[in-house]
Design a binder for this molecule. Structure first.
Ligand code: KE4
Length: 433
């Protein structure tokens, strides 16, 4: 594909200009903006399998997959059919339905220690509700998170946050009164000593640690061996609840979530993305005694008009039934490993220092000589080289998040052809950067 000044073609540019008239920054979520790449983003008109098509008819191999949910790729026939069939029975009832119980049961059986869950409509609602529950159950106020982890945009979680906050250099958000964030403490990821210091200073006052067991919102950063187990032991020693934010990793790294791989059982788990199959679904759950604090059983209130929406639930059920098939995760992870091995070889041949990471069907990379274990490390990576590399990939038909502080994803719709095309594009991109 020839080099153009902008990634977006003329129609996309016109459409994006119109979007900016009515939608702040032209986007309904800041991560979609092209602030780090410059120019305007392709405006997407269709997704099919592993591919996106933009308004100018340009096709891209998609490794964003709607920021994680589309583990089967775009418009999977079985997911589309499930949504169509559900829609013919009505779009929303605001009442109990058989399908929401089926989805709750399927998820609870997949996550050890999850007796019950509540369905909500986004990851933000899941984490916000789980932490309110943790505060209610412990009677404590302080929440501890990690620098660069992103848990949605609840006021008190926009503290040293990753994802779009890191991308835009806004780790804390305007509009959040200091008093709202006063009970939130953030420490470096992968740093047990820092976490221990916080517990020593706040003995008996910490309601919960919330953590992404694999950090996917500052690029992809894996936990150091034993790190998550140390957090579990700290929580046990201090009567604090351990909350795994598996909105991204849940049913993405393994059936159930990363907790199945690392063998560390949190007290509460937050889910989203894959469990909705591309439709608005979040969930949070854990032990029955904890969930009993929730209204109408207890006095911890949480609600939602479209929670458990039957159309969204249909998409989630159809998706999970597909990934429940034997060998789905090992097969797809092995395919993704082929891609990363190819990328590693291409960079090595050009003496380009790159750190590649994978967890199941999610992956990431940094241009860095040294391993990246924390937000501070990620911020020191070569983001200038990342920009050139990413722009060249776009121009050669590969679609990645427009930020070095996001994870990338794989779907079962990707295969050998997409690996080969991606490596051809990457070879040109490595030569460009
Ligand atoms: P949502 O409210 O966006 O559904 O989920 C918030 C959330 C919570 N926890 C984790 C670990 C997450 O990754 C997210 C959302 N992820 C971002 C991308 N890194 C969503 C994309 C966006 O903000 O538009």
């Amino acid at each position: 594909m020839t080099k153009t000044s902008s990634v977006a073609g003329p129609r996309s540019r016109r459409l994006f200009a119109a979007a900016k008239q009515r939608i702040p920054g032209g986007v309904n979520s800041p991560v979609r903006a092209f602030n780090r790449l410059g120019g305007s983003p392709p405006v997407i008109v269709q997704g099919k399998g592993a591919y996106l098509t933009d308004a100018d008819g340009r096709r891209y191999i998609d490794y964003v997959l709607s920021w994680g949910p589309l583990i089967l790729g775009h418009a999977h026939p079985k997911v589309v059919r499930a949504v169509q069939q559900a829609a013919t029975k009505g779009l929303s009832f605001g009442a109990s339905t058989p399908s929401e119980t089926e989805l709750a049961t399927l998820i609870c059986k997949a996550l050890p220690g999850m007796d019950q869950l509540r369905l909500v409509s986004s990851g933000t609602e899941a984490t916000m509700s789980a932490l309110r529950l943790a505060r209610a159950a412990t009677g404590r106020d302080i929440i501890v998170k990690c620098d660069g982890c992103y848990h949605g945009h609840a006021d008190y979680l926009l503290v040293a946050a990753g994802s779009g906050c890191a991308t835009l250099n806004q780790p804390d958000s305007a509009g959040v009164p200091a008093s709202f964030a006063a009970h939130t403490i953030s420490v470096p990821y992968n740093d047990v000593a820092a976490m221990e210091r916080v517990f020593r200073k706040n003995r008996g006052r910490i309601a919960a640690i919330i953590i992404e067991p694999v950090a996917g919102n500052m690029g992809l950063i894996l936990p150091k061996a034993g790190y998550l187990k140390s957090l579990r032991e700290l929580c046990d020693a201090h009567g604090t609840l351990l909350v795994f934010d598996e909105v991204m990793t849940g049913f993405r790294t393994a059936w159930g979530g990363y907790q199945r791989l690392c063998q560390v059982q949190p007290d509460l788990t937050c889910l989203g993305k894959v469990v909705g199959g591309g439709m608005p679904v979040g969930a949070y759950g854990g032990r029955r005694d904890l969930m009993a604090h929730l209204a109408p059983l207890g006095n911890c209130y949480q609600a939602g008009t479209l929670s458990g929406n039957p159309i969204s639930v249909a998409a989630g059920l159809a998706t999970l039934k597909q990934v429940a098939k034997t060998n789905f995760y090992p097969q797809q992870a092995a395919q993704l490993t082929r891609l990363l091995t190819g990328l590693r070889d291409l960079a090595a041949k050009r003496n380009i220092p790159i750190q590649l990471a994978q967890s199941g069907t999610m992956w990431g990379f940094f241009f860095s000589e040294k391993p990246v274990l924390s937000l501070a490390d990620a911020l020191q990576s070569d983001t200038k080289r990342w920009k050139k590399f990413c722009l060249a990939l776009y121009r050669n038909g590969v679609y990645l998040a427009p930020s070095p502080f996001e994870a990338a994803f794989w779907s079962s719709a990707h295969g050998t052809a997409e690996i080969n095309q991606t490596l051809q594009a990457a070879a040109l991109a490595f030569d460009d950067c």
